[in-house]
Design a binder for this molecule. Structure first.
Ligand code: SF4
Length: 382
């Protein structure tokens, strides 16, 4: 349980219409006020919210060949995503150099959007720096900090810079990050943002119907939360996001394999009701038991099993054990029907844990080697 300052929730703090978000606790508690159940666990409340924001199915899908990452997944090869935070400095030399190295071991570099509700360089600027070096980039856009006008403007902006992928999420509430007094926006939630982006992509129109002269060509992604309650609804939520316009879906970090397998079976059972899409699993590379316990306590939406924590504690070289654990999970994902790739996320003890670094490259490369998922010749570097 976290110590949070919000008063009792009377409505969803993230103003979701098509929830629940991925922050629901194992006991069904709300991400923002764990003493209250997530409102979406009340079927009547959930259906009233959904009725107020029906999903309009996307009319088209992203055309083949829109992005190199799409080509990789469509080819049937196992796709690997690496993610980086923007740097905490105006001097981007180190950030760009490290990201170029990461791009050698991943198919696409995802640039987060103040991940964990923590401030870093903005993702449009960080994306521009990486595009200028010819990298395959996927900026993330969350709903916490921008209203629909700013989101549409930035989607058009990153497409004009040359980005061909975008990952669309609801995002953490400011309460869980380093600026808890920040005003949350949540004008949209991720399914509705997907709908808006898909309309821009497919119809060449903003959400208000006004035409866009040249539409953005974007391979659109969403996130899935198999390890947050209500578990039985999570495959259906993937389907709703795909119908809204997602071309691929990346899950929260996989640790609980039985729950993950149940989720994948549920998603595969629903595939016939949705356009084709790719499912990828998130995989964290843990450095040692104390940091793993800190992450476990601080982040909602997944839990690291005690067995994994024990392996890290008993290992002579905990980092090597963390790599082995991650490689075992990646190997399982690679062997699973309906799973097209993974997001590999080295966890570090640094204050900007995900900023691009040489360490990330080495960890990702080693996990890939042990998992039998070889590094492609060019990766996200062109
Ligand atoms: S857990 Fe998430 S979706 Fe549920 S009420 Fe809280 S903020 Fe809203």
């Amino acid at each position: 349980m976290t110590t949070l300052t919000l008063p009792l929730v009377e409505a969803c703090p993230k103003k979701m219409r098509l929830g629940p978000c991925g922050g629901v606790g194992p006991d069904g508690g709300c991400e923002i006020d764990p003493s209250h159940a997530c409102l979406f666990l009340e079927p009547e409340w959930a259906s009233a919210q959904a009725a107020s924001a029906p999903v309009t199915p996307a009319t088209h899908r992203t055309a083949p060949g829109t992005s190199a990452f799409q080509d990789r997944l469509d080819s049937g090869a196992f796709g690997v995503v690496a993610e980086v935070n923007g740097p905490d400095t105006v001097d981007v030399t180190e950030f760009v150099t490290a990201a170029e190295r990461i791009a050698e071991v991943a198919d696409v570099v995802s640039v987060t959007d103040h991940s964990g509700a923590t401030v870093h360089m903005g993702n449009v600027a960080a994306t521009a720096h990486l595009l200028a070096r010819g990298l395959e980039v996927m900026p993330t856009f969350g709903c916490r900090d921008r209203n629909r006008m700013a989101l549409q403007g930035d989607l058009l902006g990153i497409a004009s810079l040359g980005a061909r992928n975008a990952l669309l999420v609801t995002g953490n509430h400011p309460e869980v990050g380093d600026s808890p007094d920040a005003t949350p926006v949540f004008d949209l939630d991720s399914p509705r943002l997907l709908q808006v982006a898909a309309r821009m992509r497919d119809e060449g129109r903003y959400a208000n119907g006004r035409p866009i002269e040249e539409r953005p060509r974007l391979y659109l992604g969403a996130t899935a939360h198999p390890f947050a309650q209500p578990y039985d609804d999570r495959p259906g939520q993937v389907l709703r996001k795909v119908v809204a316009g997602a071309d691929f879906v990346i899950s929260q970090h996989v640790f609980d394999l039985p729950l993950w397998r149940r989720f994948v079976d549920g998603v595969n059972a629903l595939r016939g009701d949705a356009p084709p899409f790719h499912l990828l699993g998130g995989v964290a590379i843990l450095p040692d038991e104390p940091i793993a316990r800190r992450v476990n306590a601080g982040l909602r939406g997944f839990s690291i099993p005690e067995e994994t924590l024990t392996r890290l504690r008993q290992a002579r070289d905990p980092q090597a054990e963390g790599i082995t654990i991650a490689a075992e999970i990646v190997a399982e994902l690679d062997a699973t029907d309906g799973v097209s790739g993974c997001l590999l996320a080295p966890v570090t003890g640094r204050s900007n844990a995900l900023t691009a670094s040489a360490e990330q490259t080495e960890l990702i490369a080693e996990v890939r080697r042990q998992a039998g998922v070889p590094v492609p010749v060019s990766g996200a570097a062109s």
